[in-house]
Design a binder for this molecule. Structure first.
Ligand SMILES: Cc1cc2nc3c(=O)[nH]c(=O)nc-3n(C[C@H](O)[C@H](O)[C@H](O)COP(=O)(O)O)c2cc1C
Length: 400
């Protein structure tokens, strides 16, 4: 009874592999889980709701607008009910709809509305699986925080051979058990409001050109993902980057350092902790040409003015309960410079990174030194930006 007391919502979409799912439901019930089932219309062509009602011992939901027993916000209640939501089998159509934010039936509406973890087991013909659009949707959903049980290789119902078979019910059960076994009490930031900034800014030279930097936003997006996973109400203010927004994170998009400053000032009042992982520009052109600057064979002189210092500006308004974390990237006398910044800007912590092999801008890993007022600096070993985010937020949870 490894799943005693756990609530598992199973969603079926329209593939032949639907015939395997009653076994999964039976296994889950035997392990003590409460199981409810939702089916798309296409799924009901492959297997009847009656079979799943019988094995799950609960009514099966198929309609967004049922004629009988209509309860206005049933989809929201169902979205909040489970500890884990498992979609098996998941069609190419389902992946495409969820990746595009389409919610035109009960299942996709609940997936869109849920804040609970969602595990997806795709199943389809190998050509459908390898279709670049399916692959793009799969990667996008994975990056956004959806969990996947990848399809296996084997012979399909259509007699094609390749990758696309849904994982066996026993394997899906093991993944569900592993999910609950490893799920730690990480909601340490529940009821906290965390504001994260990420990415570069753009400072316009003329209507078509701008000055920017190499920040990819990876660090800030990983921090927002970790904060949200730990239960924080998370807002991410991001400069222009091409990254998926983590699940349950509110995004505010900005362009220039001035835009970023305005957004941070506005949001900071309602925030318990600000993490400034963005890389705003230190300088901006003194004047912005109203039309495209022409190439006339002469060299171009640019006069730059310093931009607003966002950390200093919000640091002055901070209450004793609020925590501000700054990120610093230094190339010379790094620790001393960072220590000076910590003091001058009234920060509670500086995360110092030095550009190098596998660290700093546009990398998946980082080595950082943590500086806090009155404490010795500590350098953490190289780790992925996701691991670093979880460790950093764990530390912040104890300070908040
Ligand atoms: C016999 C048959 C088998 C199918 N098997 C699959 C499948 O395994 N995977 C898949 O992605 N689509 C499969 N499809 C196509 C889907 O049923 C179709 O795209 C449908 O619109 C999916 O709807 P849904 O995602 O709302 O359930 C199959 C269609 C038929 C007729």
């Amino acid at each position: 009874m490894a799943l005693k007391g756990k609530k598992v919502l199973i969603g079926l979409t329209g593939g032949v592999a639907c015939y395997k799912i009653p076994y999964l439901v039976r296994f889950l019930v035997k392990e003590g889980a409460s199981v409810r089932v939702i089916m798309t219309e296409a799924a009901t062509k492959f297997i009847t709701p009656l079979t799943l009602e019988t094995v799950s011992e609960n009514p099966v939901a198929t309609e967004l607008f049922p004629e009988e027993r209509f309860v206005g916000t049933r989809h929201i209640d169902m979205a909040e009910w489970p500890d884990l939501f498992v979609i098996a089998p998941a069609t190419a159509n389902f992946l495409g709809k969820v990746a595009s934010g389409i919610s035109d039936d009960l299942l996709t509406t609940i997936v869109c509305a849920t804040a609970q973890p969602v595990m997806i087991a795709p199943a389809m013909n190998p050509r459908m699986w390898l279709n670049p659009i399916t692959q793009k949707n799969y990667r996008f959903l994975k990056d956004t925080g959806y969990l996947f049980i990848d399809p296996a290789e084997g012979e399909m119902a259509c007699h094609h051979w390749g990758v696309g078979r849904v994982a066996e019910p026993e394997d899906i059960l093991e993944r569900i058990k592993a999910f609950f076994a490893t799920k730690k009490p990480t909601r340490k930031l529940a009821k906290k409001k965390i504001l994260v900034t990420a990415g570069p800014t753009r400072e316009a030279l003329d209507p078509v050109r701008f000055i920017t930097n190499r920040s990819s936003g990876k660090m800030g997006y990983a921090l927002a993902e970790a904060a949200s996973a730990m239960g924080a109400e998370t807002t991410l203010i991001s400069g222009p980057v091409d990254r998926p927004v983590p699940k349950n994170v509110r995004l505010i998009s900005v362009e220039s350092t001035d835009d970023l400053h305005r957004a941070v000032k506005q949001e900071f009042k309602k925030t318990d902790c600000l993490i400034m992982a963005a890389a705003p520009s230190d300088f901006a052109p003194e004047t912005v040409a109203t039309s495209k600057i022409k190439k006339d064979g002469q060299s171009l002189q640019l006069k730059m003015k310093p931009t607003v210092d966002i950390l200093s500006s919000v640091g002055k308004t901070k209450s004793p309960q609020q925590v501000i974390v700054g990120f610093a990237l230094e190339t010379e006398d790094a620790v001393n410079n960072a220590r000076r910044k910590l003091k001058a800007k009234h920060l509670d912590m500086i995360v110092l990174n030095q550009p190098g092999e596998g660290t700093g801008f546009d990398t998946d890993t980082n080595i950082v030194t943590i500086l806090m007022p009155g404490k010795k600096s500590v350098t953490w070993p190289m780790m992925t930006k996701r691991e670093l985010s979880a460790k950093l937020l764990d530390k912040l949870a104890s300070m908040l």
